[in-house]
Design a protein around this ligand. Structure first.
Ligand code: CP
Length: 320
């Protein structure tokens, strides 16, 4: 594997899951694979889980790691070509990216949607420039439209906890005071559609996701109806995708908060969220603290998804 930005990059999903479970049995069995190789992790946005889990995964593989927060200590980057650079941005991405590539073997990039231009966001303007100009394998640590390391960890977690071969998985919109990207729900939908699970998406009208990610999922506007018989509830907020409201909060309706009453409609479902989560907006304290909440094992699996992806990239490098 050269680059990792979406589920298709992994190839055979069942095989990738098997690799992940092998790594989980002994995460140090490939500790020679990354010897003398350097991972550079570039953050345009904040992170707790992605930063720690990806660094740990790289260390398990014997890699060296460098972490750069672009907005803290680096030169402010211009990303538009053709701009007369007489403002507050002294360096252009078109020089910065190949320079970064000189100091490492693999690059991870976190760059969220900016909500300035939908086309730029959905064309992955920043991530694609790293792929084009770094001359290194690049993987997404959450980009504008997808968060594949999170979705892979979500899938690993569902496989570990599922009680039937084809569980009912429900992704529900839940309220949040700020405007959040669609990357996590897009990506989760993409990965769920790559399985044979029963997959349902529920949200208020106006929060329809890009149909390319919704795929064959059932969209149910009645949240309670969607929860009936669910084996997994995956909660997430996202801002509007549809024009003219792209990137906007069009509702903070607290009747969509996941609470114990709604969870009682399910098949004793497990509760999932990628974290960070705003308690009593997205989910009530009692649900996230209940035995059915698997948000911590889900976060723990971020190390496993990152290590599986890095291992595949390193194996690709050694086959060159
Ligand atoms: N879920 C996730 O990506 O967490 P961070 O934003 O803290 O990395």
């Amino acid at each position: 594997m050269r680059h990792f930005t979406c589920v298709q990059d992994l190839g055979d999903l069942k095989q990738a899951l098997n690799e992940a479970f092998e790594i989980k049995k002994d995460r140090f069995q490939f500790s020679e694979l990354g010897k003398n190789k350097t991972l550079l992790m570039i953050f345009f946005n904040s992170s707790l889980r992605t930063r720690l889990s990806t660094q740990k995964a790289a260390m398990n593989l014997g890699m060296n790691t460098i972490v750069l927060d672009v907005n803290q200590g680096a030169w402010k980057l211009e990303t538009e070509r053709g701009v007369i650079m007489d403002g507050d941005k002294p360096e252009h991405l078109l020089e910065a990216v190949p320079v970064m590539g000189c100091y490492c073997d693999v690059i991870g990039v976190r760059s969220f949607a900016r909500f300035e231009n939908k086309e730029d966001d959905y064309n992955e303007k920043i991530l694609s420039q790293f792929i084009e100009h770094s001359d290194r394998p690049v993987f997404s640590m959450e980009a504008a439209t997808r968060h594949p390391l999170q979705s892979f960890a979500d899938l690993i977690t569902i496989e570990e906890y599922k009680k039937t071969a084809r569980p009912k998985v429900v992704m529900t919109w839940a309220p949040h005071p700020k405007s959040l990207p669609q990357a996590v729900p897009n990506s989760f939908a993409e990965w769920m559609n790559a399985t044979d699970y029963e997959f349902v998406i529920t949200h208020p009208e106006g929060y329809e996701l890009d149909p390319r990610f919704v795929g064959n999922a059932k969209v149910e506007y009645d949240q309670k109806k969607a929860f009936e018989g669910a084996d997994f509830i995956y909660a997430k907020n996202w801002s509007a995708y549809k024009d003219p409201n792209y990137g906007q909060v069009i509702s903070t309706d607290r009747s969509w908060t996941v609470d114990a009453k709604k969870m009682a409609l399910t098949n004793n479902a497990y509760f999932m969220h990628c974290l960070p989560v705003r308690r009593n907006m997205i989910v009530t304290d009692d649900v996230i603290e209940s035995p059915q909440s698997i948000v911590i094992p889900e976060a723990a699996n971020r190390e496993i998804s990152a290590q599986t992806v890095l291992k595949k990239i390193l194996m690709g490098l050694s086959n060159l």
